[in-house]
Design a protein around this ligand. Structure first.
Ligand SMILES: Nc1ncnc2c1ncn2[C@@H]1O[C@H](COP(=O)(O)OP(=O)(O)O)[C@@H](O)[C@H]1O
Ligand SMILES: [Mg+2]
Length: 271
């Protein structure tokens, strides 16, 4: 089981579109995928039509059960849901092909409970939950866990980062991206004692073709470990969001879907 997370401390930069698209493409290639929604906005859950599951049949239920040492297979099963889009349109919808741990607004409360807890394992919750899933005979064996994160490094995101093998840090080319990425890298460095093997790779999203953008791109390539695949800005992405569906479900062969497929190839090479 490899854990891939999508995080950068900015909103509206394509984190959720990236996480949900990669999850779809990996499932389409036959891998068993678990999508984890680590953002209280629950946008990834909404794109996969896993909503109204109840406050605790979600990532909150798992984190809080682990925090109070009350976790068991029963609780885990309750919080992992079969997605309602991929599994409906695909014929080979094998059990466990694309499952999701959703989130909702209650996650804010969970974050506070974790922050004020005296449990010394409060940053190892996600790592321990994933370990239990891997070790269980009764739960599916997932090849990839894809975590969508919010834009703040809260307790949920911290827990996710500590469990992460590959961190995809999207940046939208514009003004303040350099600061955000440097801050993120500094924070990852602070976590070294908990996760020394995390690999951080930067992904350009929403690229528009113009000269300043290309100059910034050159600068970033020299400074950071970047994916070669770049995601262009395209109206098809906005259409898929407006339709509340994952991008690869709306367009199999659009330019951006192909770019996400080539990003997935690169991810498979890295891990
Ligand atoms: N490549 C893209 N081209 C055009 N619009 C995009 C692209 N990627 C994301 N968007 C749009 O930008 C908005 C924010 O994307 P989202 O993935 O939710 O960002 P984040 O999770 O970082 O907040 C959404 O409305 C989405 O449709
Ligand atoms: Mg998001």
């Amino acid at each position: 089981m490899k854990v891939i997370s999508v995080m950068n401390e900015k909103g509206g930069i394509g984190k959720t579109i990236t996480a949900t698209s990669i999850a779809w493409i990996l499932a389409d290639r036959g891998y068993n995928v678990l999508l984890v929604d680590g953002d209280q906005q629950g946008n990834a859950s909404k794109l996969y039509h896993v909503i109204d599951t109840g406050e605790f049949d979600s990532i909150s239920g798992l984190l809080e059960a682990q925090l109070s040492n009350n976790i068991n297979e029963e609780v885990i099963k309750r919080c992992i849901h079969k997605d309602n889009v991929y599994n409906k349109v695909k014929k080979d919808n094998a059990e466990g092909r694309l499952d999701i741990i959703p989130s909702n607004g209650y996650l804010m409360n969970t974050n506070i409970k974790i922050a004020i807890s005296e449990n010394s394992g409060q940053v190892l919750l996600m790592k321990n939950i994933l370990k239990k899933i891997t070790e269980s005979e009764f739960l599916h064996d997932y090849d990839y866990v894809i975590c969508d994160c919010g834009l703040v490094l809260d307790m949920t995101v911290l827990n996710i980062l500590i469990a992460t093998d590959l961190l995809i840090a999207p940046i939208k080319l514009g003004g303040f991206e350099a600061d955000a990425i440097n801050d993120l890298k500094a924070q990852i460095k602070n976590l070294e004692g908990f996760n020394s093997h995390i690999k951080v790779k930067v992904l350009f999203t929403m690229k528009q073709k113009n000269k300043p953008t290309e100059q910034i791109e050159e600068f970033f390539k020299n400074e950071h470990d970047m994916f070669n695949s770049i995601i262009s800005r395209s109206v098809i992405v906005e259409k898929s969001t407006a339709a509340f569906l994952p991008l690869p479900n709306i367009s199999k062969n659009s330019k951006v879907t192909k770019q996400y497929k080539s990003l997935t190839d690169e991810i498979l090479e890295v891990l």
